[in-house]
Ligand binder design. Structure first.
Ligand code: GDD
Ligand code: MN
Length: 365
């Protein structure tokens, strides 16, 4: 009988064709004598990463490929990979050779030796670890993000931003339904999803430089990271979409006042006309900002969809303005000493109205 499968290595890939073969060779050397498999989870890379991995898989039964169509996302790719293996241990590792595969057997031994541990994290920030030749800018950004996650999420880990770890597969599978699966930070997602704190150990490794292909970490990824942090910490109290919608609404107020001042005070336009132009300008600005940010995952594209969305957004907000004024006036009539509270209550009701209805009628599916 063949030996039973011990370990799976999940590799999320997006345009990593040039790294696939070298990676499998390195895994073969590092995991000699063990029974392992590697699961590439590719988001339909245009460079043919999945084809390169399948070419290897035909020769080597330890290589598996999941090709996702019409999907993007490092975290969600890792989750699907982790749920797709029968191995009792599963590691997540980058596909660009930046993580040190020599750590894998030591991670597995550690988990085998200590039944109390749920996972082992490859860490750049414990003695013996490092970030290699990073420039000062990236060192600073990484340190900031690390501090922020430690503070916001209260995880006591030297390297919470690590994307290199090994976990017991049943633990990962049990947590999978609770994961948010947004952005790059799958480890943070796992650690903060667990109802009881996970028991972990950190092992040092040195982050290598990338030689083939390029990094996918960009401004969108950075924004998704901040959104994910917010969502974990405060998302239950104020949903992240509503928080973004409200923040953009506040920008709209500033825009409105700016246009009003420019037209009414600057150019001498009559107040009513200036107020109408300012309102339309603010609604238009808010519509495009919400379309690009709050609803970036279901963004309206193309002239027709955008025009239709803009019209319904203006209608929703127009009615929202009546709700706002109505509530404020009602409260103010009831108790004349509370004008500021009345006004704020009106704004809040208007904002919730706009949010709820535009979510349904502008960006609804
Ligand atoms: N399937 C899939 N989908 N894979 C992706 C996607 C995606 O949308 N975006 C990136 N990847 C893959 C890349 O192909 C690579 O194998 C791995 O995820 C890491 O992406 P990089 O673009 O190389 O990220 P990085 O080097 O800036 O950061 C990585 O290393 C850090 C240090 O350990 C990330 O893994 C971080 O999470 C990690 O902390
Ligand atoms: Mn990388």
């Amino acid at each position: 009988m063949e030996r039973s499968l011990e370990l799976a290595v999940v590799i999320p890939t997006f345009n990593e064709r040039g790294n696939v073969a070298a990676l499998v060779e390195r895994l073969d050397a590092a995991l000699a004598g063990r029974c392992w498999e590697v699961v590439f989870v590719d988001d339909d890379s245009a460079d043919g990463t999945a084809d390169a991995a399948r070419a290897l898989a035909r020769q080597d039964r330890r290589v598996r490929v999941i090709q996702r169509i019409g999907r993007r996302g490092l975290s969600s790719a890792c989750i699907e990979g982790m749920c797709a293996t029968a191995a009792p241990l599963v590691a997540v590792m980058d596909g660009d050779l930046q993580h040190d595969e020599a750590l894998l057997p030591r991670m597995a031994d550690r988990l085998a030796a200590d039944a109390d541990l749920d996972l082992v994290v490859g860490s750049r920030f414990v003695p013996g670890g490092g970030t290699g030749d990073w420039d000062r800018d990236r060192v600073a950004k990484s340190a900031f993000a690390t501090r922020l996650s430690r503070a916001v999420l209260r995880v006591d880990l030297r390297d919470p931003m690590s994307g290199f770890f090994m976990i017991r597969t049943d633990v990962a599978r049990a947590l999978a339904p609770r994961l948010r699966a947004i952005g790059f930070k799958i480890l943070l997602d796992i650690l903060t999803a667990a109802p009881a704190p996970l028991r972990f150990a950190e092992l040092p490794y040195v982050f290598r430089l990338r030689t083939e292909g390029e990094s996918k970490l960009d401004h969108v990824v950075a924004m998704e990271f901040l959104i994910a942090l917010y969502d974990r910490r405060f998302g239950r109290v104020v949903p992240v979409r509503f928080a973004m919608f409200a923040a953009i609404g506040a920008i709209g107020v500033v825009l409105h006042m700016g246009v009003l001042i420019l037209l009414h005070l600057g150019l001498g336009t009559g107040f009513l006309a200036a107020q109408i132009v300012a309102t339309v300008a603010a609604m238009t600005g808010n519509f495009f900002l919400n379309n690009a940010l709050t609803y970036r995952d279901r963004r309206l594209r193309g002239a027709r969809a955008l025009f239709g969305g803009w019209v319904s957004f203006c209608l929703v907000c127009g009615i929202g303005a009546f709700a706002n004024v109505g509530v404020a006036a009602f409260l103010h009539d009831a108790r004349t000493d509370t004008w500021a509270v009345s006004a704020l209550a009106g704004v809040l009701v208007g904002a919730v109205w706009n949010y709820a209805l535009s979510r349904r009628f502008v960006w609804g599916r």
